[in-house]
Design a protein around this ligand. Structure first.
Ligand code: NCD
Length: 314
């Protein structure tokens, strides 16, 4: 098998062939999820704990569904109501949970690096469900699966990632993954929302949508991450929409068959026109959600297969 990791902390740790292995397995789970009986016993007997220190709708729901469909016992910790609010540290919480013998720990945290730290302290597989502005590996993998299905390949494509790049872990994981698979990546957004040093990643940078979208195969929009901004990064949402919001007119610069993506949650009328987001001829936003469940099933399945070997060697 070509996937030998103990944790899934970031795309930066994966080799291209491991990404392909995971996506191929996810394809099998897409078929399972469309069948009347959606169960398989890949995680039977295992315990999965979801710890979300930041709000989430689709990521948490799809990890929960993924675990249940594969037969795991799944527990969602309500972190706002937990001992963290009484002052317990992240590591103490992790050690407490570790003593309950979980097998898979799914963690989202507002601080970059928090999930890596936690993974060093526990005796189970840890999956990063988003840490600060660092990485969100399962999102990049589900985006990759969506692109591969729509375009028939995952290499030599021209892909535009647009909007709030600076605060986005989705952008970061996607830039790393799509770069590893040898695509041409363009980042489009106002200079205030471009991370410093980003040109080292081998991307092209634009601050004009018409120019940046010219002849691209994929248009990936991002939410303005207001919760991670501590000042005025944009003049106003109206102005932002005018310059960077995706509508049919701006999309006309891309290839005629270009697909439109958004990880959700969407701000309609801020980064994307609502009618375009709902246009099933262009938008694959609902498919991204569907692929999310399959990719998370594949990721947990692969990590669970490695778990026995890792623990046996310990
Ligand atoms: C993203 C996240 O949480 O990073 N959402 C998601 O997982 N689907 C993007 C966002 O919050 O804008």
């Amino acid at each position: 098998m070509t996937f030998t990791h103990r944790h899934l902390l970031g795309i930066e740790h994966l080799r291209p062939e491991e990404i392909v292995t995971l996506l191929d397995l996810a394809e099998e789970y897409v078929a399972l999820n469309r069948a009347p009986d959606k169960h398989k016993d890949a995680l039977a007997g295992l315990t999965q704990i979801n710890m979300f220190f930041e709000n989430s709708t689709r990521t948490q729901a799809s990890f929960e569904l993924a675990g249940k469909r594969l037969g795991a016992d799944v527990m969602n910790m309500a972190m706002q109501a937990s001992s963290i609010s009484k002052g317990e540290t992240l590591i103490d919480t992790a050690m407490t949970l570790n003593a309950m013998h979980p097998d898979l720990l799914v963690v989202r945290h507002p601080h970059s690096g928090a999930v890596d730290l936690l993974a060093q302290k526990v005796n189970c597989a840890v999956l990063n469900a988003g840490d600060g502005r660092h990485e969100h590996p399962t999102q990049a993998l589900l985006d990759a699966l969506t692109i591969r299905r729509a375009k028939g390949r995952l290499h030599r494509l021209s892909i535009a990632i647009c909007g709030d790049i600076a605060h986005s872990r989705v952008a970061r994981s996607n830039i790393i993954l799509l770069g590893k698979m040898e695509n041409r990546i363009r980042l489009i957004g106002p200079p205030t929302l471009m991370p410093s040093g980003i040109s080292e990643f081998g991307v092209e940078i634009y601050d004009d949508m018409a120019e940046g979208l010219k002849d691209v195969d994929v248009v990936m929009m991002l939410r303005l991450q207001k919760e991670r901004m501590d000042g005025g990064f944009i003049p106003s949402e109206r102005e932002y929409y005018h310059r960077f919001g995706l509508d049919a007119d701006k999309l006309s610069h891309a290839k005629p068959d270009a697909i439109v993506m958004h990880p959700g949650p969407m701000n309609r009328g801020v980064e994307i026109d609502g009618t375009l987001a709902d246009d099933i001829n262009r938008s694959v936003i609902q498919e991204q959600v569907e692929m999310g469940v399959a990719v998370r099933m594949a990721a947990m399945d692969l990590l669970a297969r490695n778990l026995a070997a890792v623990r046996g060697a310990a």
